[in-house]
Design a binder for this molecule. Structure first.
Ligand code: ARG
Length: 266
């Protein structure tokens, strides 16, 4: 009798343990829950009711390889990493740049694309290069931001991080940066003349300029970055699976075909 109670308890503990392990891995193992911020064409955007874009398609292929159903959550960019850390999402895929700081919080897969920070200005403005936003010393070094220059960024993105840094560190200083929830909102503020420029990744920049009248991109790249998928530090099993799937998709040309479909000149 005692033995039976013990084994029943043991079984219950095992079920509980299993359930706990499952939650730690992000819940339902038949689903692959991807957090993104779908205001970042051509990587992720809404096409009517549907999600579309490079990340959405690559994630679909990864889910297929893992035998899981892809579920997409459209959230604020700044809440992706936190949600991945707590297991609310299995992974974050949002044209997300690998940075030292983010690596403190999450792991990243191999990189599947690169980005460059671009500067969008009003077509009718006289700005020719980033230097034109600054007062320069006699050697052409940035001394301070010109009066009235306001830079719009998407909150918590690398564009925000770089732009908000001090002039000595190639930024514009906190006070000259205005943060928006989406890249789209930043672009709207630019078209209505509220800000001087928007700093955002090059492909979304091209996309916004193509779909919005009166904008252009300044020559000269601000900085280069690598995009990857983020996964919770403790979820090494999923990291391995996703990485394996992603690397196969890169090796067999699937990733390139998807990118070329959305970025034809690539
Ligand atoms: N690459 C930039 C970053 O990682 C911007 C990404 C924004 N992505 C998005 N889906 N809104 O910070």
């Amino acid at each position: 009798m005692k033995k039976r109670i013990l084994s029943a308890l043991l079984a219950a503990a095992m079920i509980l343990g299993g359930a706990l392990a499952l939650t730690a891995c992000g819940g339902d193992s038949n689903k692959l829950i991807m957090a993104t911020n779908a205001s970042f064409p051509p990587y992720e955007y809404k096409d009517g009711e549907n999600f579309a874009g490079i990340d959405i398609e690559i994630a679909g292929k990864i889910a297929e390889k893992l035998g899981k159903t892809l579920e997409i959550k459209d959230v604020e960019f700044g809440s992706i990493i936190g949600g991945v850390q707590t297991g609310k999402f299995d992974m974050g895929m949002a044209g997300m740049t690998v940075t030292e700081e983010r690596l403190q919080s999450v792991n990243f897969t191999s990189s599947y694309a690169t980005g460059i920070q671009s500067v969008i200005v009003a077509d009718k403005s006289s700005y020719k290069s980033i230097d034109d936003f600054f007062n320069l010393d006699k050697d052409g070094n940035w001394v301070s931001v010109k009066d009235g220059v306001k830079i719009g960024v998407q909150q918590d993105t690398t564009g925000d991080i770089y732009a908000s840094d001090t002039v000595e560190n190639w930024g514009f200083g906190e006070n000259n940066v205005i943060r928006y929830k989406t890249g789209n909102e930043a672009v709207l503020a630019l078209t209505s003349g509220k800000i001087t420029a928007v700093i955002i990744d090059n492909e979304p920049a091209k996309s916004y300029v193509a779909s919005t009248a009166g904008l252009r991109i300044l020559d000269g790249a601000y900085t280069e970055e690598q995009y990857a998928i983020c996964i919770a530090k403790e979820n090494t099993a999923l990291l391995e699976q996703v990485n394996k799937a992603l690397e196969e998709l890169i090796a067999d040309g699937t990733v390139k075909a998807i990118i070329d479909k959305y970025i034809p000149a690539n």
